[in-house]
Design a protein around this ligand. Structure first.
Ligand code: SAH
Length: 503
């Protein structure tokens, strides 16, 4: 049976601008054939089970020629597979989308087209430029600034000038000077507002707003490059007033999030929404080591166990998944009470439909230990946590005269070698680094190139113990007032957030 090809527009880069239908198509894809312009975060939405084919084109040299892309699509669909052809922006706007469908159409392969948000409209918008405006522009002309190979740029500058609307040039960076002089020669006012928006909607978006006469020189001296759109017309002057992105408190800040694998997404999302450029860099991965038989045996043998203490969501998930896989559930733990070190751990218990009977007022090992010691009535507390957990919890329990037993339930694995993405990120400049546990700090140090310049990083630690591990490793750090992700975000906002004047 023949498969199907869905031509999907990925939008300008921000994953929030992928359409619902586009996401649906991606999630059910068996093969995804994608371009250079599709953002990293969108590629992360491709299911692990799908095969990825990168046919990225670089200006000047085309690693995969167009005819070959067309054939890949045809062959994959003829194998009966569900193929998604993912392209930047909208697939029909300077995307050769139609050319890719012709061969499929000739062979009777079914296809569907999912429109995307084009960078021609979204990149200006993300820089505060509405392409039309009742007072300033009643038409918009989207023009390619790319000449067919070997040919000179051939644009009808007189018609564009006479039309009087907004001109948006895509693929125009190499020809920027030619575009500006062409419009000037056709009689456009040299003082016409004009702008270039680089990496529109993406982290690290930049813009230059100027006039037609000065744009090219200012863009070259600012060093803007592809991908970028050129906008010419009175609407470009609105860019200052309507630039909501630059007005966000963390715009310009770079932050590395080092939570354990799969747990950093929410923090990354919150920081990005505040305007920060964020690298999600998991520096620990947790591997469950729960032996459910041994665990239930301990609980059955020592009727003395009154409390079970969890110090992370990872611990909670490791224990309950192992019980479930062994055909058991929470009932096999008996009538114990549960303590959670903080709200995130308590939420992990709630996900199992269990309430935390105790969460300390301050979310750290010391307060957890003291609270447990007060609540134990002659029994024992069972600590279910990582094999390399800090000794504070057990030490304070012992000091308080409380009886405890420890069973490690997961291993925190640290990186084996330096992470090239991290190295590249640090080479680009200074960065904040969030740490949510001592092991994320240790993992971060392992992920660094030996001899990496630590003066470029500033730690933001969730609590005093994590900060102590930073200090041991020579990483200067600040400490959150509350040991939660919210606490980390508030600290970053307070220390590094731009306090912009109220309008
Ligand atoms: N089909 C795409 C355009 C493909 S042509 C769309 O609808 O957006 C490639 C050009 O798109 C680039 O040279 C650049 O001019 C523009 N472009 C794509 N993504 C962009 C982005 N995030 N910011 C600015 N320009 C972008």
């Amino acid at each position: 049976m023949t498969g199907k090809v869905t031509l999907v527009g990925a939008g300008p880069g921000d994953p929030g601008l992928l359409t619902l239908r586009g996401l649906e198509a991606l999630q059910s894809a068996e093969v995804v054939v994608y371009d250079r312009l599709v953002g990293e975060e969108i590629l992360n939405l491709i299911p692990a089970s799908a095969q990825r084919v990168d046919v990225g084109k670089h200006p000047g040299h085309h690693p995969v020629p167009q005819w070959s892309i067309n054939e890949i699509l045809l062959k994959e669909a003829q194998k009966g597979r569900n193929v998604v052809r993912l392209k930047g922006g909208d697939p029909y706007l300077f995307g050769r989308g139609a050319e890719e469908l012709e061969l499929l159409q000739k062979h009777g392969v079914p296809f569907e087209v999912v429109s995307g948000v084009t960078s021609a409209l979204a990149a200006p918008a993300a820089a505060g430029i509405p392409v039309t405006h009742r007072d300033w522009a009643s038409s918009v002309h989207i023009v390619t600034g790319h000449a067919r190979s070997g040919k000179a740029l051939d644009l009808n500058f007189s018609a564009l000038t006479a039309a009087g609307g907004t001109c948006v040039f895509l693929m125009g960076m190499a020809a920027l000077e030619g575009i500006c002089t062409g419009l000037l020669a056709a009689g456009m006012d040299p003082d016409t507002p004009a702008a270039v928006v680089e990496r529109g909607t993406l982290p690290g978006q930049r813009k230059v707003v100027s006039t037609l006469a000065r744009l090219a020189a200012e863009v070259r001296s600012a060093g803007l490059s592809n991908p970028a759109v050129i906008v010419v017309g009175p609407v470009a002057a609105l860019s200052e007033a309507l630039d909501w992105r630059s007005a966000r408190p963390l715009t310009g800040q770079r932050v590395i999030v080092t939570r354990s694998a799969g747990r950093g997404e929410a923090l990354c999302r919150s920081l990005r929404a505040l305007g920060a450029e964020v690298l999600n860099c998991p520096t620990v991965s947790t591997v469950s080591t729960v032996d459910s038989e041994k665990l239930t045996k301990i609980l059955n043998l020592s009727k003395q166990i009154q409390w079970i203490a969890f110090t992370s969501a990872a611990g909670v998930e490791a224990v309950f998944s192992a019980l479930w896989e062994a055909g058991l559930d929470a009932r096999s733990l008996g009538a114990v009470r549960f303590a959670a070190i903080g709200p995130a751990t308590a939420r992990a218990l709630e996900a199992q439909r269990l309430r935390a009977d105790f969460v300390p007022a301050l979310y750290d090992s010391e307060h957890l230990a003291r609270g447990l010691a007060e609540r134990l009535e002659g029994g024992t507390v069972l600590l279910l946590r990582s094999a390399i957990a800090t000794p504070t919890l057990s030490r304070v329990l012992t000091e308080a005269g409380a009886s405890w037993l420890e069973v490690p339930v997961y291993d925190a694995r640290l990186p084996e070698e330096p992470d090239p993405a991290l190295t590249a990120w640090l080479e680009r400049g200074e960065s904040l680094v969030t740490f949510s546990s001592g092991s994320t700090v240790r993992g971060f140090v392992r992920a660094l190139e030996p001899g990496a310049d630590l003066s470029r990083v500033r730690g933001v630690s969730i609590g005093a113990q994590t900060a102590a591990v930073c200090a041991q490793n020579g990483i200067p750090t600040l400490v959150a007032a509350e040991a939660t992700e919210r606490g980390l975000i508030d600290l970053i906002l307070n220390q590094f957030g731009e306090r912009r004047a109220e309008p």
